[in-house]
Design a protein around this ligand. Structure first.
Ligand code: CUA
Length: 344
């Protein structure tokens, strides 16, 4: 017997969990059915059409099956000969004609939808990409293009201005990945040696979750991204912030952390603009603290996860390029984290 108090606690916990699921799910869920941009709206219409067709055909099929069951002649036990009688028409109509019509209609609509989103080289949209995204196992390298004085590199979190299309060039640094932010657009692959293009537009400010949608190795599931759509002023402020070099450490801990960062293994892979850390094989950390998540948007960007990531990356994300850095003392680790956390 479960005591009443525990029962109540248990049901409370379940309710809380459901509410958390529901409330988090409603804040821009990562779903095609909650479009937040013009391209995604077209795809959502198509998704609803397919869903409704699927349901209608399924219901129709179950009704026919039920009628056949109720009006069955003889039983299987008696091995009664099956007399399909006038059933050939149903078989041909339901098994051939109906699927043919439905699939042809969906095919034509699908072709029309695809032609509305040119994504290969040789169309006008690719002429001026504002952002270049390079897929890596298992993170997203993001280059903001434009005038040389306006260029910077970040990772995994892409900011765009709201209300206008942003042309993005998609490349891969290793294997095939796929860029997919369902609330904003369909998926487009990042193919080695073949740049693709996507034009992303968000119709309202918000943070939209995305993911790699093409299996790309052990940590494919930990290759996520965020698109943050901002009003013009917020976006401009973000750009200006990103253009600055990495923040100079102010506290003793952060200063010590910077020394450890620059003299240790971190600097050979990561870059912090304005310092001697110039590695380019791992995410650029110049404004690391401005990002919401770490490790390919897999874990929250806070002290606890950062310490865990630095010392046990291979447990959090096995086979990632980030090694387990266990050589630091507890104090040194906290200092490095203090340095990283002030890189706003
Ligand atoms: Cu990258 Cu899956």
């Amino acid at each position: 017997m479960v005591p009443m108090a525990e029962k109540i606690n248990l049901s409370n916990a379940v309710l809380c969990a459901l509410f958390a699921l529901w409330s988090s799910g409603c804040d821009n869920p990562q779903s095609t059915l909650y479009p937040k941009g013009p391209a995604a709206s077209k795809i959502a219409h198509m998704s609803w059409l397919m869903l409704i067709l699927f349901l209608a055909i399924t219901v129709f099929m179950w009704v026919l099956l039920s009628i056949a069951f109720i009006r069955r002649r003889g039983s299987l036990a008696e091995h009664a000969p099956v007399d399909v009688g006038g059933g050939h028409g149903w078989v041909l109509g339901g098994g051939l004609v109906l699927p043919l019509i439905v699939l042809c209609v969906l095919f034509v609509l699908g072709l029309r939808l695809m032609s509305a989103f040119p994504m290969h080289a040789g169309n006008h949209q690719q002429s001026n990409p504002e952002i270049e995204i390079i897929g890596h196992q298992w993170w997203w390298e993001v280059h903001y293009l434009g005038e040389p004085s306006q260029q910077f590199i970040t990772a995994n979190e892409i900011h765009i201005p709201v209300g206008r299309p942003v042309n993005i060039e998609l490349r891969s640094g290793d294997v095939i990945h796929s860029f997919w932010v369902p609330t904003l657009h369909g998926k487009v692959d990042l193919v080695p040696g073949m740049p693709n293009f996507i034009s992303v537009e968000a119709s309202q400010p918000g943070t939209y979750r995305g993911t790699c949608a093409e299996y790309c190795g052990a940590q494919h599931a930990h290759m996520r991204l965020l698109v943050v759509a901002q009003g013009p002023e917020d976006y401009e402020a973000w750009i200006q912030g990103q253009l600055k070099p990495g923040a100079e450490p102010q506290t003793e801990a952060a200063k010590n952390g910077q020394q450890l960062f620059l003299s240790g293994p971190c600097a050979s892979c990561h870059q912090v603009r304005g310092t001697l850390a110039g590695g380019s094989v791992a995410p650029n950390l110049t404004h690391f603290a401005s990002r919401q998540m770490i490790a390919g948007n897999s874990y929250p960007n806070n002290e606890a996860y950062l310490e865990a990531w630095i010392t046990h990356a291979q447990s959090l994300k096995p086979e990632a390029q980030m090694p387990d850095l266990t050589q630091f003392s507890g104090r040194q680790l906290r200092d490095i984290v203090a340095y990283l956390r002030q890189l706003q």
